[in-house]
Design a binder for this molecule. Structure first.
Ligand code: GDP
Ligand code: MG
Length: 422
C-alpha cells in the first residue's frame, strides 16, 4: 500500500474523510491533491468530531505528516481559521506542510463567486461560493500568487498590485462592484498570509525523498468522480480534476506510481448542488430518506437524495480506475423492508446501463429494483460473516454490478465502525 489514493466514486460526501482517518494508521504522509475549503470531511474518533475543510484528514494521527499539495486552492484566511478552531489536536509545521507551489486563493475570488452566482441566479450551477471556480480559472490564466512568493516580499508586492489592478477592472466594469483596495490586501497579507508562512516549504523534494525512503503516502481527494472537470456532469462539476490519476500531479510528485486506488461509495446517493441526478427522490420520499440517512443541509445548501445508482457508480469506478471500494453508511438502510437500487436509466424508450453524455442525462429516467431488507441493527457488527444475509446480498450485488471488490463496509460514523473483508 506504499502509494494509495482515496477518492470519491459519486457526487461527493461519500465518507472519504472517515476512510482517510481510519486508513492513515498504515501511512506516514497524507496529501490533499486538489480542491479547496469547499470540502467538508467529517471524522469522529477518540479526539472528538472534526469537520475539516482544507486540512487533510490525517491530522488526527500523531506522527503523520499532512501536506497541502500544489493542486489545492489554498485560502490562507480559511486555513488559519480552521487551524485555530481545532480542539484536541494541534497543527504545527511538524504535522502540516504547504507546497510552495500551491496557488493562493485571493481576496477577490470569494467575491467573484458570489457576484457570478447572483448574475446567473436561476441558472446558477450551485457553487459553494468559496471562490473555487474563479480561483482555478485564474490559476489557468497564470493570474494567482504561489505560496512560495510570500518569501519574496518585493516581488510579491509588485505582483499582487498588478493582479489587483487587473481584477478590479472585472469587479468594477463587469459587475459594477466595489474594487479591492490596497488596504484590504495589506490586511489579508499581514493577518493571514504571514501566519501560513511557517508551514510553506518545498514539499516536492520532501515527497520524493519520502518515497525513496519507502514511506507510505496516501493521496486524499475532495468531491467525487461525477464532479470531475473532464469526466463529470459538466458544467455542474468542480473546476479541477477529482480523479486518482491527477493525484501525483496535484500532490507534487508527478512521476510516482499509485499502487492502490480506494474508491469510496455510499449505500445510497446524495448530491449537493445542481445538475442531473437521475436516481433522485422528491417530495415525501426524499424527506423520509433525508431523515433516515441523517442528511441535513451541507454548507447551507440542500442535500438531494436517492437510492444507490449503479449506473453512476460503475462509471465512477471506471474513471477513478478504482482497484477496490469502501461502502459507507450501510447502517442507515437497516429499517427498510426493501432496499431500492437504481439499476439502469430509461433514455428515449430504451434501458441503458452505461453512463450517457451529460446532455442526455437530463432526459434519463431511473429504473429501480428492490432487494429484501435486513431489518435489524448492524451498527455493532465488525465481521462480514456476522452481517445478515440480506445485507451481504446487497453488498455483493453492488460489487458484481460495478465490477470491483468492496473491501470495507462502514456501519457507523465513528472511526472503528467498520467491517474489513479480506
Ligand atoms: P466526505 O466529504 O466524502 O469526506 O464525506 P462527509 O464527511 O462530508 O459525509 C459523510 C457523512 O456521513 C458524515 O457526516 C459522516 O460522519 C457520516 N458517515 C460516514 N460513514 C458513516 C457510516 O458508516 N454510518 C453513518 N451513520 N454515518 C456515516
Ligand atoms: Mg463532504
Amino acid at each position: 500500500m506504499a502509494c494509495t489514493a482515496i477518492v470519491g466514486i459519486n457526487w461527493g460526501d461519500e465518507g472519504k474523510g472517515r476512510m482517510v482517518d481510519l486508513l492513515t494508521e498504515a501511512f506516514d504522509i497524507v496529501v490533499r491533491f486538489q480542491g479547496g475549503a469547499n470540502a467538508g470531511h467529517t471524522l469522529i474518533n477518540q479526539y472528538g468530531k472534526f469537520d475539516l475543510h482544507l486540512l487533510p484528514s490525517g491530522v488526527c494521527r500523531p506522527g503523520v505528516v499532512n501536506i497541502l499539495g500544489n493542486g489545492v486552492a489554498l485560502d490562507p484566511e480559511t486555513l488559519i481559521r480552521e487551524i485555530e478552531a481545532q480542539r484536541g489536536i494541534s497543527i504545527t509545521p511538524d504535522n502540516l506542510m504547504i507546497s510552495e507551489r500551491a496557488s493562493l486563493l485571493l481576496p477577490w475570488h470569494h467575491q467573484l463567486d458570489v457576484l457570478e452566482e447572483a448574475r446567473t441566479s436561476k441558472h446558477a450551477d450551485g457553487s459553494t461560493k468559496q471562490g473555487i471556480a474563479p480561483f482555478y480559472s485564474d490559476k489557468n490564466q497564470k493570474k494567482t500568487i504561489l505560496a512560495g512568493e510570500l518569501f519574496y516580499p518585493e516581488r510579491l508586492k509588485k505582483h499582487l498590485k498588478e493582479l489587483c489592478a487587473w481584477k478590479n477592472l472585472t469587479l468594477e466594469k463587469v459587475y459594477g462592484a466595489e474594487p479591492v483596495s490596497e488596504k484590504e490586501l495589506n490586511t489579508w497579507l499581514n493577518e493571514y498570509c504571514e501566519r501560513i508562512k511557517p508551514f510553506i516549504r518545498d514539499t516536492r523534494s520532501y515527497l520524493i525523498k519520502a518515497e525513496s525512503d519507502h514511506k507510505r503516502i496516501l493521496f486524499e481527494a475532495q468531491l467525487g468522480a461525477l464532479r470531475d472537470l473532464d469526466f463529470g456532469i459538466y458544467p455542474y462539476t468542480t473546476s479541477v480534476s477529482t480523479l486518482a490519476s491527477y493525484a501525483p500531479i496535484g500532490a507534487g510528485v508527478p512521476g510516482v506510481e499509485i499502487d492502490r486506488v480506494i474508491g469510496v461509495t455510499k449505500s445510497y446517493s446524495t448530491c449537493v448542488g445542481n445538475g442531473p441526478f437521475v436516481c433522485e427522490y422528491t417530495g415525501k420520499d426524499a424527506d423520509a430518506w433525508l431523515e433516515m440517512c441523517h442528511e441535513s443541509n451541507e454548507g447551507g445548501r440542500p442535500v438531494r437524495i436517492g437510492p444507490i445508482d449503479l449506473v453512476a457508480t460503475k462509471y465512477g469506478v471506471e474513471v477513478q480506475a478504482a482497484t477496490e471500494l469502501a461502502m459507507t453508511k450501510l447502517d442507515v438502510l437497516s429499517s427498510l423492508d426493501e432496499i431500492p437500487l437504481c439499476v439502469g436509466y430509461k433514455l428515449n424508450g430504451e434501458i441503458i446501463t452505461e453512463m450517457p453524455f451529460p446532455a442526455a442525462l437530463e432526459k434519463c429516467e431511473p429504473v429501480y429494483e428492490t432487494m429484501k431488507g435486513w431489518k435489524c441493527n448492524i451498527c455493532g457488527i465488525r465481521n462480514w460473516w456476522e452481517l445478515p444475509e440480506e445485507a451481504k446480498a446487497f453488498v455483493n450485488r453492488v460489487e458484481q454490478t460495478v465490477g470491483q471488490v468492496i473491501r470495507w463496509i462502514s456501519v457507523g460514523p465513528e472511526r472503528h465502525s467498520i467491517i474489513r473483508r479480506g
